[in-house]
Ligand binder design. Structure first.
Ligand code: A3P
Length: 288
């Protein structure tokens, strides 16, 4: 099926129609934030689910009840998705935790007024591309990626769900100076000790934790352990939506898999586009 059949264009970017209705987008636009809300923001395939495991474990002081009983999409719901309006989010106790894949300039009015805490997770776009390629193959509500070279062009042109990686990252790197925001990359969480990342996130969330609790959280969130959590590995999503026999949702969980995916010519082309698109960005990405 084509983009026209599977996607809705919202504020200039594609969103999968299967989980974004006009009512859900209206709910999102009218959503009222609280100052102590925590919002995980990502471009898809950048480590969203990982952060949806880490943050609730931090806010609960290490109590695994919510990650063991609630699916990640109910635990830290995507505000723009149809499910959000069914979850009675207005009744949830603080600190509430949400997720969004939207760009900064797509945020609703209450977001700019209230300025809840944002954790923005970034990942090397070559790995985002690689992870997306496999994800688009297994998720039936997304347009089949087709040949890799074609999907690469779509990805670099932002003709994929949630638009351009470059626009997403540039927008969120350039937020209002009063916006509380923590930037963290997938690579920092993979290559450095996960305990350090958990400590930094806990500090940002003003939730100091004992070393022992940090250690437990970090251990639980290691790829091999998190992969066993049926509430976070999407194994309970019916196969008609996600066929994990084609590719698992928690697929490889490494940095640098693009080296196994892209041809030398594709890498060269990617680098040319990348350099041009981020030439004005001052932020130092860990993968550069
Ligand atoms: P790969 O496809 O490269 O394995 P998102 O949650 O934003 O959709 O991102 C999914 C990607 O994050 C997948 O990447 C997935 O395996 C990876 N991921 C999820 N949990 C992880 C963890 N605990 N450690 C490392 N990577 C993880």
């Amino acid at each position: 099926m084509t983009e026209a059949e599977l996607y809705t264009t919202y504020k200039g970017v594609f969103v999968p129609s299967a989980v974004h209705s006009s009512q859900s987008l209206k709910y999102y636009e009218e959503f009222t934030f609280r100052p102590d809300d925590i919002l995980i923001v990502t471009y898809p395939k950048s480590g969203t689910t990982w952060m949806q495991e880490i943050v609730p474990l931090i806010t609960s002081g290490g109590d695994p009840a919510s990650v063991e009983t609630l699916h990640c999409w109910d635990r830290v719901p995507f505000l723009e998705e149809t499910r959000a309006s069914l979850l009675n989010l207005e009744q949830r106790p603080s600190p509430r935790m949400f997720t969004t894949h939207f760009h900064y300039n797509m945020m609703p009015p209450s977001f700019s007024e209230v300025k809840p805490k944002v954790i923005y997770v970034m990942r090397n776009p070559k790995d985002v591309f690689t992870s997306s390629f496999h994800y688009y193959e297994m998720a039936t509500f997304l347009v089949n990626p087709g040949p890799q070279s074609e999907f690469l062009q779509k990805f670099l042109d932002g003709k994929v769900i949630f638009g351009s990686w470059f626009d997403h990252v540039k927008g969120w790197l350039n937020v209002d100076e009063k916006q509380p925001i923590m930037y963290i990359s997938y690579e920092e969480m993979i290559m450095q000790d996960l305990k350090d990342a958990v400590t930094r996130i806990a500090h940002f969330l003003e939730k100091p934790l004992d070393a022992e609790v940090i250690e437990k959280i970090a251990d639980r969130c290691l790829f091999k352990n998190m992969k066993q959590n049926d509430k976070s590995n999407y194994s309970e999503v019916p196969r008609e939506f996600m066929d994990q026999t084609k590719s698992e949702f928690l697929r490889k969980g490494v940095a640098g898999d693009w080296k196994n995916q892209l041809t030398p010519e594709e890498v060269e082309y990617f680098d040319v586009v990348y350099k041009d698109k981020i030439k004005d960005v001052k932020y130092k990405f860990v993968w550069d």
